[in-house]
Design a protein around this ligand. Structure first.
Ligand code: D5M
Ligand code: FE
Ligand code: ZN
Length: 576
């Protein structure tokens, strides 16, 4: 390995089972013998190190720049700041905790699904199947007549329409558009990963989520509950700091507020205990219950999630305008479906799509490098910058008058820990041809009055892994999204699979209920409504990878969910 680009450094590290943050990769790439430098840095790093930091590198090798112009040309296998990375292990959670092992009779009433085309006026929550990803049909939407009901255009959603020239029909009217972005933390990262940051972000989470729960119960601070007598009826609003089983098989949930922690017992057989398998660490809940005789524990009678208010009614645009919600393009992968993407882009230029004036891209623009072991064998483009250059070419196929918003995903070259800031200037420049709006993951994007919460969706893996099949599964990703809506947080669990970085506030809390919740990541198409919020998990533009084959993920490739912003009706277009 002679002086090597960062990509090779990343590859070398991955092959040895390590990650490194961006700065460390840059430093290593600059040395005259990166392979030797990697060995020295790994030798010098503490035993438990999995992610090399710049400090590790500096302490082991001479990092005087050999190639000063190579500045920041790094993609990282991990992307975290060293400090925030350390933070992820701030509190270890035992992944084997049997949180999802308690079987539960499905209570369809609380997780309502409707086919997406039922329209926003349908306030009643009926449990209807009709999810896009249901069944094994090769063209799930096309075979689902409900998906193209009403006055939506694609009555024949399985067919790709022949593109027509852009002349001859009403041009998209940019003057009528409005688009605002909220919750963008790009350029505002303040976290250093110190203990104080974690305290602050959790306080902020508690403050904001408890505001939603407090009106529902007559709660007291835990400090006050500690001095109440046995048998007292109490209510607590807290974050879940622990969940464990007791010797008798009951479940003990430790709740924490700003004044202390208190053990709350969910007794097996009680109705309220049937919902315990929905609980995740660190989420905010409220409980009502009765103190034990010795006042040392609370027997739980009622459980409340922050949730979406039952009275929630969505906003609509006041003209007929539509948005395409896609994600997971994965340009640079051998499995990227350029043909499907080009069909889609052509369709956007067709008369049928003339009202599609917005395109939302929810992360994983490119395949990235060093994202998982062995990935390089399936890369078409090995250099991360070249991947973005190629992606930019595909973006140019989209008509220039379509407004684009994009957030990063876990394959993109920004830090992996959430919230993920929007792309940095070097990448924006590469992708500048289309003048897309770049914002952080997550962000709340309001288009002509309709708010869309865009989140890439890494936490969906965790929700699906932790919750029982009927409440969240890869075949019904929108059910996992419903869970996030109930928790009013896009990634509640800290220290698990989803990497989180503490900032001065918790950007992952859903303060406002969005009209539409848009995620991707799991490469499955799914949609449904929960209390009038339309959840859409877009599929992907990448065929099944060898890795996905190993873990049994059958992706939904080449679908574009299209939302009518004046009715919130949904149509699915298929391009494969
Ligand atoms: O994610 C595509 C899907 O593949 C998503 O459901 C996660 C899953 N995936 C990806 N990488 C892993 C690893 N390392 N372990 C388990 N499951 C994984 P994408 O973000 O496009 O890779
Ligand atoms: Fe992806
Ligand atoms: Zn992803």
């Amino acid at each position: 390995m002679s002086p090597s680009p960062p990509v090779e450094v990343v590859r070398e590290l991955t092959s040895r089972g390590y990650n490194a943050n961006r700065e460390a990769v840059t430093l290593l790439a600059r040395t005259s013998d990166p392979a030797a430098a990697i060995s020295r840095a790994l030798d010098a790093a503490p035993e438990e190190t999995l992610t090399l930091s710049a400090e590790h590198v500096r302490s082991a090798v001479d990092t005087t720049p050999d190639r000063p112009n190579e500045e920041a040309a790094a993609t990282t296998t991990n992307g975290d700041d060293p400090a925030t990375d350390g933070g992820n292990s701030a509190r270890a959670i035992d992944p084997t905790d049997p949180i999802s092992e308690i079987p539960l009779a499905s209570d369809g009433a609380s997780i309502a699904e409707t086919t997406a085309t039922t329209g926003a006026t349908d306030a009643t929550e009926t449990a209807a199947p009709g999810t896009a990803a249901e069944g094994d049909s090769a063209e799930p939407i096309a075979s689902d007549p409900a998906a193209s009901s009403g006055d939506t255009a694609a009555s024949d959603a399985g067919q790709t329409k022949t593109p027509v020239e852009t002349e001859g029909f009403a041009p998209r009217d940019a003057a009528k558009r409005s688009l605002q972005v909220a919750n963008d933390m790009t350029g505002r990262s303040t976290g250093t990963g110190e203990y104080g940051d974690f305290v602050r972000v959790f306080r902020d989470r508690y403050e904001r989520l408890s505001r939603l729960l407090r009106p529902r119960v007559k709660h007291r601070p835990i400090e006050a509950i500690r001095s109440m007598p046995g048998g007292a009826e109490v209510a607590i609003v807290g974050l879940i700091s622990d969940i464990r089983s007791t010797r008798n098989g009951h479940r003990l949930v430790e709740l924490e507020d700003t004044t202390g922690t208190f053990p709350c017992l969910f007794v097996t057989g009680k109705e309220v205990s049937e919902r315990i398998d929905e609980l995740l660490y660190d989420e905010a809940i409220a409980i009502e219950g009765t103190l034990s005789d010795d006042a040392g524990i609370c027997f739980v009678d009622e459980l409340y999630f922050p949730d979406v208010p039952r009275t929630n009614g969505p906003s609509r645009a006041d003209r007929h305008v539509r948005a395409a919600l896609v994600s997971d393009v994965h340009v640079g992968s051998q499995e990227f479906r350029a043909d499907a993407w080009s069909h889609f882009a052509d369709w956007l230029g067709s008369e049928e799509a003339e009202r599609v004036e917005y395109l939302l891209l929810a992360g994983d623009m490119v395949e990235g490098v060093g994202v998982y072991p062995g990935q390089d064998e399936e890369l078409d483009v090995l250099d991360i910058y070249e991947q973005y250059e190629l992606f930019s070419e595909y973006l140019k196929e989209v008509p220039g008058d379509v407004e684009i918003v994009m957030i990063p995903g876990n394959h993109d070259a920004v830090r992996l820990a959430e919230p993920q800031p929007g792309f940095e200037d070097d990448l924006r420049e590469i992708m500048s041809a289309h003048d897309a709006r770049v914002t952080s993951n997550p962000s709340l994007v309001t288009i002509e009055g309709v708010s869309v919460l865009m989140y890439h969706g890494v936490s969906l893996d965790e929700v699906i892994a932790e919750l029982p099949e009927e409440k969240a599964s890869y075949d019904h990703p929108h059910r996992a999204m419903t869970q996030l809506l109930k928790k009013r947080h896009v990634a509640p669990q800290y220290g698990g699979h989803t990497r989180l970085a503490p900032e001065d506030r918790d950007y992952l809390v859903m303060d406002d209920v969005p009209d539409v919740f848009h995620t991707g990541h799991v490469h499955k198409l799914g949609y449904g409504k929960h209390r009038n919020v339309l959840s859409i998990n877009s599929g992907c533009w990448q065929d099944q990878t060898a890795f996905q084959k190993r873990v049994n993920i059958e992706p939904d490739v080449g679908y574009a969910p299209i939302v009518d912003l004046d009715t919130l009706d949904l149509t699915i277009q298929k391009f494969t």
